[in-house]
Design a protein around this ligand. Structure first.
Ligand code: SAM
Length: 209
């Protein structure tokens, strides 16, 4: 996302057409990982609505991380608007160099961002580093479920540029691309693809005594 259209993304997409997907994806991430408390990063969170819904759907503390200062400023507005400032904060940062110590994080969620990372391998390595033993990652993209996806695709049917960019992202990053990355990094996980979208899901193993 270019800095110049972050505001438009926040108003028209995140709080407009996409608004219904974030509570659904937040519930899915929580149900799939079983993490309900501790520290969550919403990585590449843009104006922060997934992280905000994670906080509203659990007891977690959330940090919205994004490289774009303008997105982070919009996330601050959204955090105040949704009255979650006691549990959601922001940090400028990028996946490839996460500004967090080793083992500090219980859950990393990230929607629609990995496709834009300069170095996905390094980003996944960084997620693994910051997770605590037993912590989970839920990273990928999608619209929540079939109903919401169909609604969004119908609304966007005439937006050739958007559809072309989405097709390109999908063909460049099939599930096998991410399975190969996990294998290279020796991270045990699943790449799940279906009506919910495409999600890379893994748990950092517990350390043995
Ligand atoms: C399509 S937006 C998705 C925003 C939000 N997660 C959502 O679901 O609506 C992609 C986001 O990824 C961020 N991004 C781009 N490169 C990144 C990187 N290397 N590390 C982390 N985030 C990045 C962009 O700034 C942007 O906010």
């Amino acid at each position: 996302m270019l800095a110049m259209n972050a505001r438009q993304y926040n108003e028209q997409t995140m709080k407009g057409l996409f608004r219904k997907i974030y509570p659904v994806i937040a519930e899915q991430a929580i149900a799939r990982t079983g993490i309900r408390s501790g520290l969550c990063l919403d990585l590449g969170g843009g104006p922060g609505m997934l992280g905000i819904w994670i906080a509203m759907s659990s007891r977690m503390f959330v940090v919205v991380v994004d490289p774009l200062v303008e997105c982070i400023e919009l996330a601050c507005d959204n955090i105040v608007e949704h009255r979650v400032a006691d549990r959601v904060t922001v940090e400028v940062g990028r996946a490839e160099a996460l500004p967090f110590p080793d083992g500090a994080v219980d859950l990393v969620v990230s929607r629609g961002s990995i496709y834009f990372w300069e170095d996905q391998r390094q980003g996944l390595r960084e997620i693994f580093r910051v997770l605590r033993p037993g912590g989970w990652a839920y990273v990928g993209g999608g619209f929540g479920n079939k109903e919401l996806r169909d609604e969004i695709l119908a609304e966007k049917a005439d937006d050739d540029e958007w559809n072309e960019a989405r097709r390109e992202r999908g063909s460049k990053h099939p599930p096998g691309h991410f399975r190969a990355l996990l294998a290279e990094l020796a991270i045990e996980g699943e790449v799940e693809s279906g009506d919910q979208g495409m999600w890379i899901v893994f748990r950092k193993p517990e350390t043995r005594a």
